[in-house]
Design a protein around this ligand. Sequence first.
Ligand code: ADP
Length: 320
Amino acid sequence: MNNIKKIGVLTSGGDAPGMNMAIRAVVNAGINAGLEVYGIYEGYKGLVEGNYKKLTMGELNEKIPYGGTTLYSARLPEFIDIEVRQKGVDNLKKAGIEAIVVIGGDGSYRGAKALSNMGIKCIGIPGTIDNDIVSTDYTIGFDTALNTAVEAIDRLRDTSNSHIRCNIVELMGRLCGDLTLHAGISTGCNIIITKETGFDKEKVIAKIKKLHDKGERYVTVAIAEKITDIHKLAKEVQVETGYKTNPIVLGHIQRGGSPSAADRVLASSMGVYAVKLILDGEEGRCVGIVNNKMTHYDINEALNLKKEINPLYKVIKELN
Ligand code: ADP
């Protein structure tokens, strides 16, 4: 236990559906524990500029069904500079805010650790649709983004099935292929390509050609972003296989939308747990859900954990 009276909460980096629910949980659990809770606007930018306001019990309730983040987000590359961070620390100290909950991805975690080292007690909550934080089985926003992608690919199937067509669908997840993998399995994609599977263009084209020659009317390829230019790939596939081939980039559509029930529950549990960690005197830690149990790691340790190969990659092989 400690004597902390005021805490802050911010969202940073890429937004994710469910962030509002996590903010709400921090606010309500904090106030229930007798704390004052301040919302810091636009992530570390608002911290440095002193842009925050006291939040009240239930204030976030009306934001429950909305994606995005009511505290807004921003990127502030200068936050890497200790003098810039010091401005934020001075602001917080002046306001009497001794601890903050940072909701964001791995970059935001680095900022939180750096702040913890300067005397502000920080707890990180994983908020990103990419599911690329190894210290948690699931990040807030992943489930919603997955369902959005599944709906989009299902819609493509409806229309493409009526013709003879190949769709190459690009999903988000630069460093972690989970979104592509889960969406690809959920929609029965014929080929799934991520950083983890590697990309062999000739093999992919040969496989699509084989499907064409077998008489498949519709082929879908799910591919993670930044692997290859899917517009060029689609042209080559069309020439080599005979399928009319469409490149479809789902892009930021995956980021928006009402958070799924699973994300709402996850965000609520993580927000409450983060407040408990602050009350327990923890700092420089991040929250995770591992094997269905809330847990916490040192942020540096979490950032250095190696991700094991997702066992679902074995499943795809049996499905196609
Ligand atoms: P995400 O949190 O979604 O991974 P970013 O990588 O853009 O998003 O990081 C969000 C913010 O975190 C950055 O704009 C910057 O303000 C801060 N940040 C990132 N890396 C560091 C670092 N090494 N030290 C301090 N702050 C950092």
